[in-house]
Design a protein around this ligand. Structure first.
Ligand code: ADP
Ligand code: MG
Length: 649
């Protein structure tokens, strides 16, 4: 059984992490353990009897530290320190040192010395201190963000360079002040800063943008984040990060302003186009009216009252065209007087097909695809007819080389999303699609197609009022219109009209309404082309007596222009020999190409002229030889127009 002293000796001799050794009164090494050998590098043989001061650095030896250490240990019983020590190989290590004085029977006999190598721990500690210092430096020197800390009550405790730059206070000015001073007076009154802290406390974070105030009183637009700082679950303050976004906000506002300006200028351009188009059209019509009035005044002064009717007629015609133009504008403005009735779109289209086919010509195949069980819709049937006709004419224009025109009806149900996408109310609709296999629309045309007076057609051919009428009519009727178009493939225009709950009007009713409408339409428009003013006047007067409107032209090209216009023309009366390079026969052919089935009446002094027909007239073409009696002319015109009506009914 080893003695207690032996047990200690064994323990000490097995310790490798601590150098444990004894010194005599002079400081000479008298024992040595494996830890001492490992840490200091000397074997026991090498070091026993050597003075312990050799473990100290030269500087400490020169300063007499080893001697002091023993003296303090002797006086107080213990000396402790941390400092550099030197190994046998000359390298240094950071040592934690304890020297205890050893007394036997009250008498000092030596010292016990325990040394630990703390180099690794010290390095780690220094690294931590360094990284903390660097982190502090980092935060301090950030200038783009104002980063500072608040006490739980909101008093500033730390301040960085960014805070100084953005808010204008130095650290010494502001530390200890309440952070609410950065807020505007209004925000302070409304309690915003205190609510911010409450939110950060409750939710861990508060984020906002708003105006804040600099030291000099100027405002800046701030993006603010406040985070609660917790130490072991206890709120010890807030980290506040503020960015000055004044410039960004101004740039954004500038962008928004310029976007608005762009929108505004686009709107102004559209309005300019609209008013320009209106002014142009009305000017022409006013010229017809004021010109006629002037002539009437002259003729009255001359006492030549026989001519007056002719001018009255011209003025009336211009006025009625002005009224028609106004009507179309009102349609677009959704201000036209509509007469909505429960309407069966299938029936309405069915009655139109023949007329549409005649309008678009034989090169285009018209195909109605009418849904079985189509709901009735509530709208003005004559305007619906008008709208469909406009769409069909556009389709025709898009297919100069022929193609297929489909008019399709369907019941449609729009859910919340579908309705929102189309700017409509959700619900049930009747849809009418007019589809062509034509040229399609490029995107820039598509976005403007509904603009009044927007047309891509040659001057005199398009009015740009077709789609705008369709748009105004469907919107005013509680529906919508959409265009789907692909270049080179074709176009579908889909009209939505709200479903009518309840039955459509009786068929009889509907038919009689159509009949009424066509009765009201008994005014016809006749194009009169003759280079001889007196003949033109005579013919015009005859027509006026019959209650028809007249468009006059004095030569071939202006006749052609009238034919190419949007104007409604029911009959062409033309001389055969005309100035301007286009004779009457050529004019008639061109007119019939654009308006298939148009009735033509040639008035000529030489009926046998081969220019007309080689002796053979096509159906719908007629001839009257000059000179003729007015009565003769009147009955001829009536006969032709009556024949026309038969064909269309
Ligand atoms: P207009 O027919 O007098 O030009 P619209 O308002 O009817 O006036 O049409 C405006 C423009 O929209 C047309 O000039 C044309 O460019 C384009 N457009 C309309 N319908 C079609 C279609 N079916 N296919 C291709 N383009 C079309
Ligand atoms: Mg059109």
């Amino acid at each position: 059984m080893p003695s207690v002293a032996n047990t200690y000796e064994m323990l000490i001799q097995s310790v490798v992490d601590y150098a444990i050794f004894m010194l005599d009164l002079e400081g000479r090494v008298v024992s040595w353990n494996p830890g001492a050998e490992r840490i200091k590098g000397y074997t026991a043989d090498e070091i026993l009897g050597e003075h312990f001061s050799r473990f100290y650095t030269e500087e400490e030896r020169a300063a007499g530290i080893p001697k002091d250490a023993l003296r303090i240990a002797e006086e107080t019983g213990r000396f402790t320190t941390e400092s550099w020590r030197v190994r046998k190989d000359g390298s240094r290590f950071w040592a934690m040192v304890v020297i205890d004085a050893i007394h036997v029977n009250g008498k000092l006999v030596g010292f016990a010395k325990i040394t630990r190598d703390m180099t690794a721990q010290r390095n780690a500690y220094l690294a931590a201190i360094e990284s903390e210092r660097r982190f502090r430096l980092l935060v301090q020197s950030v200038t783009d963000y104002s980063i500072f800390m608040l006490s739980p009550e909101g008093y500033v405790t730390n301040w960085n360079a960014g805070a100084e730059r953005i808010k204008g206070y130095t650290a010494s000015e502001i530390i200890g002040q309440h952070f609410s001073r950065f807020y505007t007076a209004e925000d302070r009154e409304a309690g915003v800063p205190w609510r911010a802290l409450e939110t950060a406390k409750r939710e861990g974070r508060y984020e906002a943008e708003g105006w804040r105030v600099r030291k000099d009183g100027r405002r800046f637009w701030a993006s603010v984040v406040v985070d609660g700082i917790y130490d072991n679950g206890e709120l010890i303050g807030f980290a506040k990060i503020t960015r000055d976004l004044t410039e960004r906000r101004e740039a954004q506002m500038e962008l928004e302003r310029s976007r608005e300006q762009l929108l505004h200028s686009q709107k102004m351009e559209a309005i300019g186009q609209l008013t320009g188009g209106m002014a142009h059209d009305f000017n022409n019509l006013l010229t017809g009216i004021t010109g006629s009035l002037e002539f009437m005044k002259t003729r009255l002064a001359q006492g030549r009252t026989a001519d007056l009717d002719r001018y009255i007629m011209t003025a009336r015609m211009a006025a009625s065209r002005a009224a028609a133009l106004t009507q179309r504008l009102l349609a677009f403005a959704r201000r036209q007087t509509l007469d909505p009735k429960p309407t069966n779109a299938n029936k309405l289209i069915g009655c139109m097909v023949e007329m549409v086919q005649r309008t678009v010509g034989p090169e285009i195949e018209v195909e109605p695809v009418l849904a079985v069980g189509l709901w009735p819709t509530l709208c003005d049937p004559s305007q619906l007819e008008n709208a469909i006709l406009n769409l069909c004419i556009n389709a025709r224009d898009a297919m100069p080389g022929g193609g297929r025109l489909t008019i399709e009806t369907a019941n449609t149900w729009l859910d919340e999303r579908g309705a929102r996408e189309r700017d409509m109310q959700p619900g049930q609709y009747v849809s009418i699609c007019v589809t062509d296999t034509g040229v399609g629309m490029p995107p820039d045309v598509l976005v403007r197609a509904f603009d009044p007076f927007f047309t891509t057609k040659p001057h005199g051919q398009g009015t740009g009022l077709g789609l705008s009428m369709v748009y105004g009519f469907t919107r005013q009727s509680g529906g919508q219109v959409r265009i789907y178009s692909e270049m080179g493939v074709g176009t579908t225009v889909r009209v939505y009209l709200p479903r009518h709950r309840g039955a459509a009007k009786e068929e009889l009713d509907f038919q009689s309404e159509l009949a009424e409408a066509s009765l009201a339409e008994s005014h016809k428009t006749v194009l009169v082309v003759d280079d001889e003013p007196s003949v033109r006047m005579l013919v015009t007067e005859t027509l006026a007596d019959l209650g028809h409107a007249v468009i006059e032209a004095a030569d071939g090209p202006s006749g052609l222009k009238a034919v190419q216009s949007d104007a409604k023309i029911d009959l062409l009366i033309t001389d055969v020999g005309l100035p301007g390079g286009v004779n009457g026969r050529q004019l008639a052919d061109a007119a019939r190409q654009m308006r298939p089935g148009l009735s033509v009446l040639f008035i000529t002094g030489y009926a046998a002229n081969a220019a007309i027909s080689n002796g053979q007239l096509e159906p719908g073409m007629h001839i009257l030889t000059k000179p003729f009696a007015m009565q003769m002319l009147a009955s001829k015109i009536s006969a032709i127009l009556a024949e026309n009506c038969d064909m269309s009914s």
